[in-house]
Design a protein around this ligand. Structure first.
Ligand SMILES: [Zn+2]
Length: 104
């Protein structure tokens, strides 16, 4: 089925996302074989798609890195707090046993 440039350009976003039906996909591919302008349009859309996804992926990567830093910092604080609490408990136990042995 032959379709016009206008119909092809309407379908290109769906074609690029891979969500158009088999019949539309075949019609777009048939048109792209014959029409350089629509191929250029598709290539421009692909480049824009890659650039947009790159920005989106970089934002996500930066967010993950920031969360990772916060998580590592939080773990460090909890480990230090745990060590200090353990030392305090041991000191209290030592003092308790010291007094217990002194009184016996
Ligand atoms: Zn065309």
């Amino acid at each position: 089925m032959k379709i016009s440039c206008g119909m092809t350009r309407d379908l290109l976003p769906l074609y690029l996302d891979g969500i158009c039906g088999d019949e539309s996909k075949a019609a777009v591919e048939e048109h792209l074989l014959e029409c350089g302008k629509c191929r250029d349009e598709l290539n421009a859309m692909k480049e824009a798609f890659l650039v947009n996804n790159y920005d989106s992926n970089m934002t996500e990567a930066e967010t993950v890195q920031e969360l990772s830093k916060k998580w590592k910092s939080s773990i460090r604080k909890h480990v230090i707090r745990g060590v200090l609490i353990t030392i305090a408990v041991l000191a209290v136990l030592c003092i308790f046993f010291e007094f217990a042995f002194v009184q016996v």
